[in-house]
Design a protein around this ligand. Sequence first.
Ligand code: MN
Length: 715
Amino acid sequence: MEIETLLEQIKAYNPEADLTRLRRAYDLAAAAHAGQTRATGEPYVAHALQTASILADFHLDEDTLIAALLHDVPEDTSVPLATIQKEFGDAVARLVDGVTKLSGLRLGMEQTHAESLRKMFLAMAEEIRVVLIKLADRLHNMRTLYAIPPEKQRRIARETMEIFAPLANRLGMYNLRRELEDLAFKHLEPEKFKEIETLLAEDKDDQQAYIQQTIAILRERLAQEGITPVEMSGRPKHIYSIYDKMVRKGRDFDQIYDIRAIRVIVETVRECYVVLGIVHSLWVPIPGEFDDYIAKPKQNLYQSLHTAVIGPAGKPVEAQIRTVAMHQLAEFGIAAHWRYKEPDLHRDLALENKINWIRQLMEWRKDITDAGAFVDSLKTDVFQDEVYVFTPKGDIIELAVGATPIDFAYHVHTEIGHRCRGAKANGKIVPLDYHLRTGDRVEILTAKRGGPSRDWLNPSLGLVRTARAREKIRRYFRDQARTQAIAQGRALLEKEFHRLGLSQRNLDELAKSFDYDNADDLLEAIGHEDLSIQTVSVRLLEAERQAAPAAAVELPAPSVPKSPETMLTVKGVGNLLQRVARCCNPLPGDPVIGYITRGHGITIHRRDCHNILNTTIERERLIAINWEENPRTVYPVLVQVRAFDRAGLMRDISSVVSDERVNILSANALAGRQDRIAIITATLEIASADQLTRILNKIDRLPNVIEVRRVTGGA
Ligand code: MN
């Protein structure tokens, strides 16, 4: 193809095109690609010419065609984009840059990836024309695919089948799609392609003659009814769709009715039905093959009557009958069949609306002659709520408009988000509040470790746009706060265990006793001071006492009643050793009775204890005792204080204890000579766990006290 041919082609539909400018673009492309050849052996610039020519078939504007001529220049030659910008202006430069960026995409093959690529293409259609150039580029590459190595052929053919053909379809470029599919199919399934191609070709002349004969019969009958169709033609064959139908409907080639197909285009809807009636009166309709898409348009607005009949010589023929307006709609894509021929593609209504909108634009194209207005009309705001950016590997990430590098980082991986410290867009460092733009290649600079900054959550700083990233940051801080609280809770609890001389116990059990699910929850509550350590200590001390009910003296023992009538039973019993019976374990408030043992003082039993009720015991040893009226049951607790010795220390401790109305049963102090550390040990008559922890806390707060703790066992 020569540039002259292209210029002729353009002039035919756009008399106002600046042919000199177009020729300059061609000259620049030819000079830039000088010496480069295509795999076909042609000079490289032939590809540029063909790409532009495909677009001229769609009557595209001058800038698009210039961009098409130059589309491979920045990527494959030493001529930079800046030169194109200088020579042909910003609009052309943007188009060429857009195509270059699309070429840089790594095209994956998974369906979801393909889907996002399709969306992405459309998003890039801030300049739809970029996508159109890319499609034309791909079509020409497919036409010359035979020239490249087979493995490469298959890869590109697959890509075409999975991405470019559906894309063309979505854009309503039905003819483009058809050709892309057939070319891809030819390389993906060469044998099947050949088989169908051969079947179609076998009686190609016969077929054509047959179609012409059918049309002639119909034309004559229509004339008798006073109908002159605008157009009657055989319908072009689409090898891939025949194959697809054979596979989908499980039919042989012979059973595909639209192998012989005619199309009748008339002026009015009424005429459509008249034609249908005549077709059905001429030939027998095949049951189940009639569809009235006029009365019931497809959701994509496609309208037409479809029927299949046993035509002349008993061969099946398909007929499509529609008005001129319906036909234009179909040809320009409004009825791009993408709904019913792609049942597998899940439908995206929002996307669909946007595409319908694009299609309308493409309709306008036919009416708008002013190039400037046309360009403006194509600057769409499709997908204005999303941006599509790339990872360094070329994967596509879809984000809300206004998304920042931090949003991107969290989208890639939570850890990358946490450690995000900086970012590059297209190789240049950008601030973290940078708004990502469709087409940006984003690289995140991460710290080796560490977490997000609290600033990220400050909305006025605009560092994070997406809810997803915000939630991940919040969770990080929540988790971090929890970890800290747990550590703090554990330290408090361990200190308390030591102070109270308690052995470490099963924390999960302890947690359950406070209605927490697990130890961590308990520790977190302690750390946050939702649960006071005091409360826990009291519970622990009580639990300890209950766990060893028969231990002598350390247990709460009832003191001997002081009322006169019971006093007389045992005199001075307060000085006797008392112990709680192991057999019945009476608690304060239980009805009790004393039993005087030989040499071990008095054992206190419940009155209903089986040992007491047993007739063999010596009844005279029983003595009546009662819990005190205002029970002040006490037990001795050994407490040790370590402190830097000072005057008045002992007095201060005594006054803390007496303020609590607690007796000191015994006390001794050891003062170290060298280190001036005093160790004071005292046995206190403690009434309750609560009281013990209170006293320990108060002593702890006295000046010079290093540590105060309860001493148990051999300690
Ligand atoms: Mn190219």
